[in-house]
Design a protein around this ligand. Structure first.
Ligand SMILES: Cc1cc2nc3c(=O)[nH]c(=O)nc-3n(C[C@H](O)[C@H](O)[C@H](O)COP(=O)(O)O)c2cc1C
Length: 191
């Protein structure tokens, strides 16, 4: 198993729950983003997780991502919207351009996370015509209200093994390519 760090940002605990599941499965060092190391060069894989705020990683994680350089990165996020939504996918893309130089993004995981009820109250009071309100907004709140659930935690744990498998396949592929190249060079030298 590679050496993993799991670094997360969470206000109401949803992302923390996923971070803990990943860390447990990977035997990782677990850090709140506020306590995360500036230098992650001692790790093979750095899993970074955030809650989506206004369509992108929350401000604490947005500040941290540029500090990560030259490593393999796994992204995870929790959000009110569905994991396959354009909104959620775009958030990963935004995280990708926030990252520092020379990283390889290994993979991603996202799931819904119940939305702080205080937000709903505030939104209703502020603007009854909010585009995120109405029946669609109500439905989003309802769907998110039970997450992260057991299935989300199990899927997050599975991610660790999927990423390990991906790294193993790539290492095997690179070893095959190197052997092929060495063989070709040997044949050429002998000719
Ligand atoms: C201020 C605020 C803004 C949010 N913006 C979004 C958003 O743009 N898209 C979304 O899908 N969820 C949004 N959410 C929902 C949170 O991302 C979601 O509930 C998340 O699971 C909270 O994670 P945490 O418990 O780790 O803090 C927002 C929540 C808050 C409080």
């Amino acid at each position: 198993m590679a050496k993993w760090a799991v670094i997360y940002s969470s206000v109401t605990g949803n992302t923390k729950k996923i971070a803990e599941a990943i860390a447990e499965e990977a035997g990782a060092d677990l850090f709140r983003v506020q306590d995360a190391p500036e230098d992650v060069s001692g790790y093979d894989v750095v899993a970074t997780g955030w809650w989506i705020r206004r369509g992108q990683p929350d401000p604490l994680m947005a500040e941290y991502l540029p500090k990560i350089h030259g490593t393999k990165v796994v992204f995870f996020q929790t959000h009110g919207t569905g994991p396959e939504s354009e909104h959620a996918v775009t958030s990963f893309a935004r995280a990708g351009y926030m990252l520092g130089d020379g990283n390889e993004v290994l993979g991603t995981f996202g799931c819904r996370g119940k939305i702080n009820p205080a937000m709903k109250k505030r939104r209703e009071l502020q603007d009854p015509n909010d585009p995120h309100g109405g029946a669609k907004g109500e439905e989003r709140w309802r769907l998110a209200s039970t997450h992260p659930d057991e299935a989300d935690v199990a899927a997050a744990k599975k991610l660790v093994h999927d990423m390990e498998h991906k790294m193993e396949l790539k290492a095997r592929f690179l070893a095959r390519m190197a052997a092929k190249k060495a063989e070709a060079e040997k044949t050429k030298a002998e000719a």
